[in-house]
Design a protein around this ligand. Structure first.
Ligand SMILES: NC(=O)CC[C@H](N)C(=O)O
Length: 222
């Protein structure tokens, strides 16, 4: 299974994402730069975390307008699997590939800690390797992770099973509405989440709860 990682100025989790995809898929992902207008024929496109363009204007706002994001949107429209982690989630929202907005954390502080996540929908291409309702752990590290959507959008997300990960056991780090940690688009092939599953895939990370997400997305999980 082939993958590609989008590289942008200011991202700092690209190496983690490349390492995770290499270890799990068995082959190094391609990398595409902000000015690229073509993305190779791959099964999964990953937009990693960090501080693209220094988080100026709004997190992800400038990156979302780079040429590479038009190529990502074209691939997503064709059904290619796309995952945006943290800043990647913010970029997908700013690019209009996912609904809602990521606002400043309710604490107005940068949070960097482990959270618990409930698998709110195990019937997606990203979570078929988990059990419904399963609780997993994941690191988070962000300043603007407070997911918000208007009432109509929220009702649709909840009603259509598009909420995939929810903060659990009171570990919501940012005040996001309905404890939302990750959502998919209406076609189910684009996932955005604030937690960093790529940082919990092996014993050296302290656990491998994040592994099944990539195995599912790459079609490796049962
Ligand atoms: N780890 C990240 O990707 C951080 C995203 C963004 N820079 C924020 O602080 O919210």
């Amino acid at each position: 299974m082939k993958s590609a990682v989008v590289l942008l100025p200011g991202l700092n989790r690209d190496r983690d994402m490349i390492a995770a995809l290499t270890k799990i898929s068995g082959q190094a992902p391609a990398t595409v730069w902000q000015t690229d207008t073509e993305i190779p024929d791959v099964d999964l496109i990953a937009i990693p975390g960090g501080f693209s363009f220094g988080d100026y204007l709004r997190c992800g706002a400038i990156a979302a307008r780079m040429p590479v994001m038009r190529a990502v949107a074209e691939k997503a429209a064709k059904g290619v699997t796309v995952i945006g982690v943290c800043n990647g989630f913010q970029i997908l929202v700013e690019a209009g590939l996912l609904p809602g907005a990521l606002m400043r954390n309710a604490s107005l502080k940068f949070v960097c800690r482990q959270v618990k996540l409930q698998i709110a929908n195990a019937n997606t291409m990203f979570t078929r390797g988990y059990q419904p309702g399963q609780i997993i752990r994941s690191p988070v590290a962000h300043h603007d992770g407070n997911y918000f959507a208007d009432a109509e959008t929220l009702a649709r997300l909840e009603g259509e099973g598009q909420v995939v990960f929810r903060y659990a056991d009171g570990t919501n780090p940012n005040g996001s509405i309905n404890d939302i940690a990750g959502i998919v688009n209406d076609k189910g092939n684009v996932l955005g989440l604030m937690p960093h599953p790529e940082n919990l895939i092996e014993a050296a990370h302290g656990g491998n709860d994040g592994r099944a997400l990539f195995e599912s997305a790459l079609g490796i999980a049962a």
